[in-house]
Design a protein around this ligand. Structure first.
Ligand code: GRF
Length: 190
């Protein structure tokens, strides 16, 4: 039997990807957030320990210091794998140095297209007929890194950012637990 892999899920929003991971019965050691959000409530209801490491959103936000605070929290909880599930703060390099190849991200576009925080809106504005989701290993570069899974989603006439994002998230909720299990299996055999 491989070694036990302690998972932390990071959230900032509605936490439906977190819900999908919980529903798949993947054991989660900690849910952390950068703000109070529904994701934290989902975790509490599921009996998972939570921690909000709040941040400022002004020009004086210290990304490096914030990242180190989060690394410290994850180390304190003996975390082996970091699963970003709608976590909206981009980490400085100390996070990657501490958890290289052990940080997963799910992004609502077919990377490398439409990186960044407004991927669904940007895809609609570009007039593409197809977008989707990418699950990948996070690196020092925003929305880059080894791709673990991708799924296409068609843009329908009349789609808004909300309707399109919801259809993409249906795919993310299906794919993310599979990808998490795959990486856990890889890590526990190392
Ligand atoms: C997902 O589309 C994810 O790719 C993006 O944020 C969304 C998270 O949704 N980074 P939720 O908060 O899990 O409902």
């Amino acid at each position: 039997m491989g070694k036990n892999i302690n998972i932390a899920v990071l959230v900032s929003g509605t936490g439906t990807l977190l819900e999908a991971i919980i529903q798949d019965r993947i054991e989660i050691k900690l849910v952390a957030a950068d703000r109070e959000c529904r994701g934290i409530e989902i975790a509490k209801t599921a009996g998972i320990p939570t921690k909000v490491v709040g941040r400022g959103f002004g020009k004086d936000f210290d990304r490096e210091a914030y990242t180190k605070q989060m690394v410290e929290l994850l180390k304190k909880h003996d975390i082996d794998l970091v699963v970003m599930a709608g976590f909206m703060t981009f980490f400085a390099p100390p996070m990657i140095e501490a958890f290289r190849d052990r940080i997963l991200n799910s992004h609502p576009s077919l990377l490398p297209a439409f990186k960044g925080a407004h991927a669904v809106r940007d895809a609609l504005e570009a007039g593409v007929t197809e977008t989707g989701t990418t699950i990948h290993i996070a690196t020092e570069l925003l929305d880059e890194g080894r791709v673990l899974a991708q799924e296409k989603v068609k843009v329908k006439p009349g789609d808004t950012e909300e309707t399109l994002h919801e259809r993409i998230k249906q795919e993310e909720r299906r794919l993310y637990p599979i990808a998490v299990r795959k990486i856990v299996a890889e890590l526990s055999d190392q």
